[in-house]
Design a protein around this ligand. Sequence first.
Ligand code: MOS
Length: 701
Amino acid sequence: MNAFVAELVSGAVGVARPRIEGPAKVTGAARYAADEPMPDLAFGAIVMSAVSRGRVRDLDVPAVLGMPGVIGVVDHRNAPRLSPLAGTFFGPDGGLLMLQDGVVPYAGCPVALVVARTPEQAKAAADALPVTYDEQPHDTHFSAGHPAARPASTVFGEDANVGDVEAELARSAVVVDEWYRTPEEHCGAMELHSATAWWDGERLQAVDCNQGPFIVATGLATLFSLEPERVRVRAEHVGGGFGSKGLCGPQLVLAVMGATLFGRPVRVTMSRHQVFLMTPPRPATEQRVRIGAGADGSLRAIDHEAAFEVSPLASYVENCVEPTKTLYAAAAIRTRLTAVPLDILPPFSVRGPGLTPGSFALESAMDEVAERLGLDPLELRLRNEPAAGPVSGLPFSRRDLVACLREGARRFGWADRDHRPRTRREGRLLAGTGLAATAFSTGALPSSASITAEADGSFTVAVGASDIGTGARTALIAVAADALRVGTDRIRMRIADSDFGPAWAAGGSRGTASWSWAITDAAAKLRERLGDPERPVTVTADTTRVLGGLPPRERHAYSAIFAQVTADPATGEVRVRRLLGMFAVGRVVNPLLARSQAVGGMIMGLSMALHEEGVRDRASGRQVNADFAGYHIAAHADVPDVEADFVPDYEPDDPSGIKGVGEIGTVGTAAAIANAVWHATGVRQRTLPIRVDRVLEDDPR
Ligand code: MOS
C-alpha cells in the first residue's frame, strides 16, 4: 500500500455517499440552463437548413416580422462576425462559424434565429420563415474506400509501425482478416441543449449546458473576438453530456448573437430533432483488422486500419486504434487512421470516443483468433500481456488487466464454459457467453482551483468543474475534505463557473483526476497558512507546471466485460441476460457514484451493440431517424441485471491515486455482446447494431 492510501484510509475518499444535489434535483429546485429566471427574457428558435449542401438564396424576413411577439431575425446578413480561430481540442472548427455567409455545408445547419417574446411565438415564426436555396450536389455516403480518404491528423500520436506485419502474418498458424463496421451514433443526453446569454455592461454572461465552462467561455471569447475576462459562462446543473456538450454549442453561439443584436437576454433551447441534427455524432467507422497468432496463442501481428467520416470544416480524430497500441504484446503492430471528408456536421467525441468502435473491432477479432485456435478467449488474452507499452516501449504506471480478467471470470463462472458455438439451448432460444478486455487512457490535464479558509472554520472550494450528472460535486467534496484533513461537512463546493479559472472539462474520463489534483495542491498550500490569524484567506493552485514534469508512462484504466445472451432463431431477437464488468480505474473516490458510472457506461455499450444507428438517406443526405422514435436506445426492458465492481488499483503518479471511470464502461461492452452472440448462434456479427435482420440473414443453416 503506498503512502497516501495508508494516510487516507479513514478519510472521506473511498466512502459511498449519495450525491449532495440529489434532493434539489428530485424536488425540482435544481436549475438547469433552461430554468434560470431572467427579467426581460426573449426566446430564440433556430431555423435549420433543409438541404445538405448549397447556399441560402433568400430568407423572407419581412414575412414573419409582423407575426405575434416577433422581435427580430438573425441571419447571415446581420449576424455578428465570428473569428475562424475558434475551435476545439482538435483545432479550428468551421462548424462554429454560424450565420456568416449563407453557405450550407450540411443538412440541419442553422440558417437563421428567430427571436420572440415567448418560445411558442419564436417557433411559430421560425416554422413560417420562407427560405430558398441554391442547392449543390452533396456527398454523405461513407466508405473506407472513398476517393477523398486521407490520413487522419496525428493529434493522438503517430501510426504504429512496430516490426514487419506481413512477415509475421506469413509465419502465423492462424490469421484473422476481417472488416468491422459501426454506424453514426448520437449522445442523446436527456437535457436538451439550452443557453441564455445577455450583456452585463461590457461583460458577456451566459448560463449554458456544457461539460466545461472555462473551455466553453474561452472558445466563446475567441469566436466573438472578446478579451477572455469579458466572458463568463456558468453551467450549474447539466443533464448529461456524453461529448455533445464538450464544445461551444449552437445554442450558445446563437443566444449570444440574439442578445447582441436585440439588446436583451436571449434563450435558445433546441428541440430533440435539432439536437440530433446540430450536435455532433460519433462518426461511422469501417475497420479492417488482421491478427496473426502462433499455435500456442502468442500474437505475432496486429494490423488495424480504421476509417471514419469527418467534415471538411474541422479536424477530428476517432482514435479507434488506441486499444491496439496498448492492449497486447505482438512481434509486429501496425495502425492506420483514415479520415473521409463528407458533407456532414463535424463529428466529435461521443461516449468513449475512438476506443468504443475501435475495441469492438479489435476485441471481436481477438475472439475470432481464439475460435480458430480452439483456445479459451480468456486464455488468449492472458497469454499476450505486454511487459511495457507494445508500441511506445514506455513502462505502465499500473496495469491491472489480468486482475480484471481473472476476477471477472471467477464471478461470472467462465471456467465452466464450453467454447464451442451453437451448442446451448434454452427452449427455442440459443444461448451464449462472451468477453472483451479494454483499456482507456487516463491522466490529469491542467486545471486550477482555489480554497478559502472562512472565518467560521469552513472551507469554500472553487473549481471550474462541470457536473454532468456524474456526481462530480460530491466526489470533489470528499477529495477536498481529505486534502484539508477536515470532515466533508466543513466543505462548500462551488463549481461550473468560468470565473473560477482554467479547468479541464468533464471529458475524456479526466475530470475528477484533473480537478482533484488542483484541489489537493491548493489544500497543501492552504495548510501551510492555517496558522495565519487573518481569515478569510484564499489560496489558488494551478497544475499546469507539475503535470508538465511528469515522467512519460502508459497510463490506462482497464476492464474485462462478460456478457450472456440469448438469440431467437425464429425472430432474430437478441436479449442480453447478464452483464458483468470488472474495472481497474485507480482509486475509487466514491464507490456508489463510480458503480453508477460503470453501469451506465455498460448500458450505453449494450445500446450500441443492439439498438443505436443513425440512418442517413443517401438522396437527401439527411439523417432520417433524427428523434427517439426512430433512433432506438436501450429501454429498461432491454437492460438486465448489470454488475460492476472494481479491483484494488491506484495511479502512482496522481496525488489522490485517481485514474478515471467515466467512459471505460462503454468501451468493451459491444464486443463482449457480439462475441456472446457468436457463441450462441455460431455467426459473427461484424456490423453494429446487431439488428434482428442481421441475425436472421446470417443464419448458417
Ligand atoms: Mo466524453 S465523449 O470524453 O465527453
